[in-house]
Design a protein around this ligand. Structure first.
Ligand SMILES: Cc1cc2nc3c(=O)[nH]c(=O)nc-3n(C[C@H](O)[C@H](O)[C@H](O)COP(=O)(O)OP(=O)(O)OC[C@H]3O[C@@H](n4cnc5c(N)ncnc54)[C@H](O)[C@@H]3O)c2cc1C
Length: 476
């Protein structure tokens, strides 16, 4: 009876809802790792050359690269919770070379510099691989690429075009027809595929964050955890950051606060927090693995606007996430929003529709995370307060790889360095801000509804075409 009720409430078959019975509401990656002893909170007044606010990838790469460039720089990092607890420790672990949230979005917005952006993105991914090796970060980094599947007839042509564009821009990309796609990974839903073979790595996201934290500490970065910055006071020569018990007087400040309300009011309309959700299965048996193929262990996804992303973990579980992205009125960010049974059930239903041969598999973990989305769907950087405060925000769900590049670009700007990065139009421009409520909520709800219809029909309605014309449409 209970299962029947659940099945009626959620748009998923009863067996899919039942498969969630033992799933704990914690990110698999954080659960699987022993958390280090937190660094002490800041309880004093101190000084620094550079203060970094936020201990996710963006903040950690900022601190580490600042030290790599100038080991003598005195760097302090303040994290509200513990490093890597937020998006950086709970994502899908797709470490992509893309700086523009996909080649399509890059060509659409920065067409004339697309080749440069793709090259810089690949160099950035090489840089991450090299850092993982140099600092001995044990995060299962594997450059297996990403394979995107068409599951609707109109996506087949889109994937062919995408593959051709990727090859033209220097990627090792191959198109797979339906038979080849299904031979690679066995799902009856696949109609074709595009495999970027070398431009994406799979990794354990929490172990990357913790490894970067260790590398920062070894390089001499002073990290204080459980130290939320409450206020920034820019002065004539420096900036003072206030926490509950202490403060830092810093010559430069880098804001790397992800989807959380930015300390600078002027940045608040540039990002909205949206929730994204994921599931992880129990480890698959050899027989279950055989039934799906997937011997090349790529990151997988589908080509819809509302897409799923999925991958194998080191112990042969499947992480399955995406599809629903949820915005809450007035940009709400709250702990209880990390759990969303309706979305978990929907995701489970989609999982078994993709892999019917895995019926009976149980999910062990279910969780959500919050993403800093901006209207151009790709990060932006800048400075304010006479160049003393820098920021890198708006990763829109693709920050595992890009965070290193945009942290470096923000450091260039903060230190007044002219580089190939700072000359990019992408770096010099900002996204269009979101309107205030209730227009914000209405616009996002209308867009999500329209994208859902477009995924069913293959046609973009008037609203989406207007957004496309204004440069606000989504084309990843
Ligand atoms: C479910 C999910 C799946 C995803 N999958 C992928 C993927 O597969 N590939 C990919 O590329 N991207 C993915 N992403 C996005 C990716 O995780 C993010 O783009 C990336 O982690 C952003 O890093 P960040 O450091 O900017 O932000 P965060 O990791 O959110 O870190 C920001 C930090 O700032 C701290 N902070 C905020 N305000 C303050 C303050 N006032 N004082 C002190 N500290 C503060 C927070 O506590 C937090 O730790 C996913 C995200 C989610 C949620």
């Amino acid at each position: 009876m209970a299962t029947k009720l659940a099945a009626r409430r959620y748009p998923a078959p009863a067996h899919a809802v039942g498969s969630l019975a033992d799933a704990i509401p914690r990110p698999f990656w954080l659960e699987a790792n022993t958390e280090p002893v937190p660094r002490p909170s800041l309880t004093e007044t101190t000084e620094a050359d550079l203060l970094v606010i936020g201990g996710g990838y963006t903040g950690l790469w900022t601190a580490l690269q600042a030290k790599e460039t100038d080991p003598g720089l005195d760097v302090v990092l303040l994290e509200a919770n513990t490093c890597g607890w937020a998006a950086s420790g709970r994502n899908g672990g797709f470490c992509s070379s893309s700086l523009t949230h996909g080649i399509g979005n890059g060509i659409e917005r920065w067409g004339e510099e697309a080749a440069t952006l793709e090259r810089l993105g690949r160099e950035n991914l090489d840089g991450i691989e090299e850092s993982v090796r140099r600092y001995g970060i044990d995060c299962d980094f594997a450059r297996t690429g990403e394979l995107t599947f068409a599951t609707k007839p109109w996506q087949v042509g889109e994937l062919r075009t995408m593959t051709a564009q990727a090859r033209k821009l220097g990627h090792d990309a191959v198109y797979l027809d339906a038979a080849q796609a299904r031979a690679e990974v066995h799902s009856p839903t696949y109609l074709g595929g595009s495999w970027l073979r070398n431009s994406v790595a799979m990794l354990d996201p929490a172990r990357l964050a913790l490894g970067l934290r260790t590398a920062c500490l070894r390089a001499g970065v002073r990290i204080h955890e459980n130290s939320p910055v409450e206020r920034l006071d820019p002065g004539a020569r420096d900036v003072v950051a206030h926490t509950g018990y202490g403060r830092v007087r810093a010559r430069k400040v880098m804001l790397a606060s992800g989807a959380f309300t930015p300390l600078l009011r002027r940045l608040r309309n540039f990002i909205v927090p949206v929730y994204d959700y994921a599931l992880v299965t129990e480890p698959l048996s050899e027989a279950a693995l055989d039934s799906i193929g997937w011997r090349n262990r790529q990151g997988l996804g589908d080509a819809a606007n509302q897409f799923h992303y999925y991958r194998l973990t080191a112990d042969n579980r499947i992480l399955w996430g995406g599809y629903d992205v949820v915005y809450h009125y007035r940009s709400a960010v709250r702990q209880e929003l990390l759990r969303r049974p309706a979305t978990f059930a929907k995701l489970a239903g989609h999982f078994f529709a993709t892999f019917p041969q895995l019926e009976g598999t149980r999910f062990t973990h279910q969780w959500g995370g919050v993403i800093d989305t901006c209207s151009r769907f790709a990060p932006f950087v800048g400075t304010c307060s006479q160049g003393r405060i820098g920021y890198a925000l708006g990763f829109t769900g693709l920050g595992v790889g890009a965070s290193r590049f945009f942290a470096a670009a923000a450091l260039d700007l903060l230190h007044g360095r002219e580089t190939e990065r700072t000359r990019l139009r992408m770096i010099q421009s900002r996204p269009v801000p979101f309107p205030p409520e209730p227009l914000r909520w209405t616009g996002i709800a209308l867009t999500m509804w329209s994208l859902d219809r477009a995924d069913r029909s293959g046609k973009r309605n008037l609203w989406l075409r207007c957004l496309d014309r204004l440069g606000l449409g989504f084309a990843s």
